[in-house]
Design a protein around this ligand. Sequence first.
Ligand code: NAP
Length: 304
Amino acid sequence: MHDLIIIGGGPAGLTAGLYNARARLDVVLLEKLAPGGQVLTTDWVENYPGFPEGVSGVELVDRMKTQAENFGLKIESREVIGLELSEKKKKVITDSGEMEAKALILCCGATWKKLGIEGEERLMGKGISFCATCDGPFYRDEDVAVIGGGDTAVEEAVFLTRFVKKIFLIHRRDKLRATKLLQERAMAEKKIELVWDTVPVRILGEKDVEGIELKNVKTGDTHRQAVRGVFVFIGTIPNTELVKGQIKLDRNGFIVTDENMQTSIPGVFAAGDIRSKLFRQISTAVGEGAAASYAAEKYLESLH
Ligand code: NAP
């Protein structure tokens, strides 16, 4: 049985791993894909302290991973398919066998929310994207739509101006949620046209995206806009399927913890985007990873 298993290798998990490996715990981090989490799909990070010129998402997480591994963190490539959580023992069922630990830190993050409208499933990957960094270059000199009004939508819309001819930034209200600096950038961009009070109702096209049907929520009017790509950035849903019914979640499905990242089960901690909170940043995920690692260490000491 391991002292500690960390599930998820984004900034929260890598930070917890760094601290716990440095504290010489028997700790292993499980990650189903490449470590990095959603930061891997972020082109440029400019609000993470210590990088005055900014840093690419890929480089930032690569540095975090190297730093944690330098202290001896073991990272295993496994998908967790089941969890059995009790106060005494935490069983982790993976696609390549079962593992046990005295304590767990859940850093499984969140997944992009879908629109749930006609055409979305059919055209997924055929013009509908959740990653501007990955797919932006495919739309050189084309018109695209970006859905959402938060930091992600606005930041990614500004990023897309490098490639595309025009961006329709479609937001359901008449005020953006994004931080002021990002709003100013979007407003100053000639390639971005803000479409207020509007929601998409259908994505058009059979084999590829050809357009989007939009509805003005104030007037009820609908119209069709020809676009070759639709980028969806309407928030995230937490990856908490495995703990549903076992751990206390908030009404949106995020894990509820106390200020020490302790969940409703002793010895199970949560950090990063999976946690119920107001502000989701790389810097907050890192801070929570460190706090969870310390709380886990104290918990393990208390068992002796
Ligand atoms: P978010 O803040 O939850 O914003 C989601 C946006 O999508 C909102 O504008 C929302 O509209 C809209 N929306 C939600 N459901 C919709 C639907 N069904 N149809 C149409 N529009 C819908 O999500 P996010 O932008 O991905 O950001 C998530 C977190 O990451 C935030 O804490 C954010 O600050 C952080 N983040 C930070 C940075 C950065 O600091 N550089 C970059 C990216 C993300 P309403 O406004 O009307 O609710």
